[in-house]
Each structure stands twice: as structure tokens, then as C-alpha cells.
Write a new protein. Structure first.
Length: 228
């Protein structure tokens, strides 16, 4: 191995390369100038016909590309070839916007243009009743019996947001009728205020009481906003 290395150094002591053809630099060698020279300075003509000032040849071979159109770079490739603009692209005339607009509007009256505009408008939103028909019966429920008003509010909000993020559509929240409470039912009012706020936040699409009337219902059906 040492003999091969010495033999290689004798052949090219200034430009040592490894077995893969990659140049090996010495510890005291400054290699930053090589990259700046490759990018900023034009390459020398090696057997190709070019200008006297050392510009790029007039006819350079096409750069091989992959199936995505990205160029392959090999040892003989130069970075400046990637940024060159062909003469056909330089001499290509700019498109005239007024002529394109006139040709697109040719033969179209105002009624036809308005009709085309209406056809391109986004579809109207689906009515609420039609959206609710897509929803299944309650898939899960939360029972708030035994919770205080503050605990019920926090528990219900966490439950609804978690179910909304996990793709649930319809839920039932049991609030009770307050038959065993001296001051009457408190949780229905607390939960209703929370549902109104979550409806503004886009979490809840709609809610309705189980018996259509809050005073006679012990639960509320919540439809989460899962459809755009």
C-alpha cells in the first residue's frame, strides 16, 4: 500500500487523488480558492473552439438529466453550464398581454362573460339541515352527574375538544334535570353557555336538547364540526 502511494505521488505530486478519483488535499494546502475559481472564473478551453478571452465554447454538449429533469453532474461538468441561457430563450419575444386579452374576449358579449363568471364561482355552502342529516346517532356520551358547575364546564370542554380532534361526529352530554337539587338544575345553563362559545370557535356545528326543550331534557346532543 505504501509503495502504491509513493508511486502515485511521483506521478502527480501536486494533484493527488484517491481510488474514487476525488482529490486529496494536504494539511497546509488552501483549497478554498479552488471552489471560487470553479464558480467565478471561466474554465479554460481544452481542445474546444471558443473566444480568445477564454469564454465558454459556442456549442457545448447537452447536460444529461434524470426523469425529473434534474441535471447530473460529473467530473467534466461545470457549474456555469447550469445557469447559462440559450440564444433561443434570449431572443424569444415577450408575450403581449393586450393581444392575449383581446383574443380571449373575442366574440364574447357581456352576458356570456357574466355567465362564465357565475359558472366559475365556488359552490354555495350546504344548508345546516342537510349537513345534519349526514351525522350518525350519538357515538359516545359524557355523564356530568356529581360534578360542580366549574368541574362540569372544564370536563365538558376537554371532552368535546378531544373528541373533535379524534374525528367524532355526534355526542351526548348528560347534564341531569336537577330533581335532587334545592336550587334547581345548574349544569344545563353552564353547558349551554360553553356550547355557544365552542360554536363560535368552530368546534361545535350545532346542538339541541334531547327532548327539544331544555327544561324537560336531561341531556344535550352535540354535533361536532367535522364537515367543511
Amino acid at each position: 500500500m505504501a509503495e502504491k502511494r509513493k508511486k502515485r505521488d511521483k506521478i502527480s505530486p501536486d494533484r493527488r487523488v484517491n481510488r474514487n478519483g476525488i482529490r486529496v488535499f494536504k494539511k497546509d494546502e488552501d483549497f478554498t480558492g479552488m471552489f471560487s475559481q470553479l464558480i467565478l472564473e471561466p474554465r479554460e478551453n481544452k481542445g474546444e473552439k471558443g473566444d480568445q478571452e477564454g469564454d465558454l465554447p459556442k456549442k457545448s454538449r447537452p447536460i444529461p438529466r434524470d426523469r425529473h429533469g434534474l441535471p447530473f453532474l460529473d467530473k467534466s461538468s461545470h457549474l456555469s453550464d447550469l445557469f447559462r441561457v440559450s440564444k433561443t430563450e434570449e431572443n424569444e419575444p415577450d408575450e403581449n398581454f393586450s393581444e392575449l386579452l383581446e383574443s380571449s374576449l373575442k366574440g364574447k358579449n357581456q352576458d356570456l362573460l357574466l355567465r362564465e363568471k357565475r359558472d366559475r364561482e365556488p359552490p354555495r355552502p350546504v344548508p345546516l339541515k342537510k349537513r345534519l342529516k349526514r351525522y350518525p346517532p350519538p357515538q359516545n356520551q359524557l355523564d356530568l352527574h356529581g360534578f360542580t358547575a366549574m368541574e362540569a364546564q372544564s370536563r365538558t370542554e376537554s371532552y368535546l375538544r378531544h373528541s373533535w380532534r379524534n374525528g367524532f361526529f355526534t355526542l351526548r352530554v348528560v347534564v341531569g334535570k336537577g330533581l335532587h337539587s334545592e336550587s334547581g338544575a345548574v349544569l344545563p345553563h353552564v353547558v349551554e353557555d360553553l356550547l355557544v362559545r365552542l360554536k363560535r370557535d368552530g368546534v361545535v356545528l350545532w346542538f339541541e336538547w334531547d327532548q327539544k326543550v331544555k327544561a324537560h331534557s336531561g341531556a344535550v346532543i352535540v354535533y361536532l364540526n367535522q364537515f367543511d
